[in-house]
Design a protein around this ligand. Structure first.
Ligand SMILES: Cc1cc2nc3c(=O)[nH]c(=O)nc-3n(C[C@H](O)[C@H](O)[C@H](O)COP(=O)(O)OP(=O)(O)OC[C@H]3O[C@@H](n4cnc5c(N)ncnc54)[C@H](O)[C@@H]3O)c2cc1C
Ligand code: FES
Length: 268
């Protein structure tokens, strides 16, 4: 869709202390992995992943982290939000094979929940490795169980499932299960660990690589990655594991809003 659109919030669902879901009664196009640019009146325009759930309409789930998202959390049903999109590349389910895995951290569950739903409709067996700080922050866990996803939860505090990182849980599970493809979305350190396991074991995978976005549709160059120059709002955010090998900055650094290179804290 080319034209920006203002839509009233039909319903707000509080998922946890930090995340709210906004439901819109509008058949917005978009596939798993894609995102919208959302204009928060009086604040800024920001990218968010799209979810579609049974029937008409679409939804976004937003973690309150800074000024714009905190302002969104103050909004009420009936208030207007602006939308452009959908933008970006999509997740691709394997043509052959029937068992896939998803590894999600934080709001990484947003695009993966939509993908899991599509995969279940096509009768794929889906293993989900979801990690969060605590039980309350395991986003969409019940919904995923309802649609028949095999959920392997992990929490930092051990309040539910495995106490520790979902990357460790995935690694030990990948020793006994065979996956036709793996999908991962979350903090870049988590994505890096999953990419290393998949490269080592020759498992095809896709990652959603987030970079700071301004225009969202390929004109400003803000979200380009080194050294390929691929724009994560056009050639990404979903990147195939083989293509990912060419993105040298993956797991090492990203660019801030000013375009300045910022190394990740784990890089010496
Ligand atoms: C493709 C994509 C999909 C996303 N999907 C979701 C989602 O489904 N749910 C969700 O809660 N968040 C999502 N985000 C992140 C979300 O866009 C940022 O958290 C939000 O922009 C923060 O804005 P703020 O003003 O509240 O915070 P700020 O204080 O402005 O920023 C907090 C942090 O958010 C990130 N951020 C801020 N602005 C941008 C931007 N324009 N582009 C990319 N990152 C930014 C930066 O890491 C920054 O340090 C997505 C980001 C991308 C790139
Ligand atoms: S955000 Fe402008 S090119 Fe990607």
């Amino acid at each position: 869709m080319d034209k920006p659109l203002a839509l009233p919030i039909q319903k707000i669902i509080t998922e946890s202390e930090r995340v709210k879901t906004y439901v819109f009664d509008y058949d917005f196009p978009g596939e798993p992995g894609q995102f919208v640019m959302c204009w928060i009146p009086g604040f800024d325009e920001k990218p968010f992943g799209i979810i579609k759930k049974e029937g008409k309409g679409f939804r976004i789930s937003v973690a309150a982290v800074g000024d714009s998202t905190k302002a969104m959390h103050m909004m009420e049903e009936g208030d207007l939000l602006g939308f452009r999109g959908p933008y970006g590349s999509v997740f691709v389910l394997p043509e052959k094979g029937k068992q896939i895995a998803m590894v999600a951290g934080g709001y990484g569950m947003v695009p993966l929940s939509y993908l899991a739903q599509e995969a279940r409709k096509k009768e794929y067996k889906v293993h989900l490795f979801i990690g969060a700080r605590n039980k309350q922050e395991l986003l969409f866990k019940e919904w995923m169980e309802e649609i028949g996803v095999l959920v392997h939860a992990s929490t930092d505090d051990g309040s539910e499932g495995y106490k520790g990182f979902n990357t460790d849980l995935f690694k030990s599970n990948a020793e006994k299960e065979s996956y036709d493809k793996v999908y991962t979305v979350g903090p870049e350190i988590m994505e890096l660990k999953i990419a290393q396991i998949c490269w080592e074991k020759n498992i095809p995978f896709e990652v959603s690589l987030e970079r700071y976005m301004k225009c969202g549709f390929g004109i400003c160059g803000q979200c380009s990655v080194d050294p390929t120059g691929w724009r994560m709002c056009v050639e990404g955010p979903v990147i195939d594991g083989e293509k990912l090998k060419k993105i040298e900055e993956f797991g090492k650094y990203h660019r801030t809003a000013s375009g300045k290179v910022e190394k990740y804290p784990w890089v010496k």
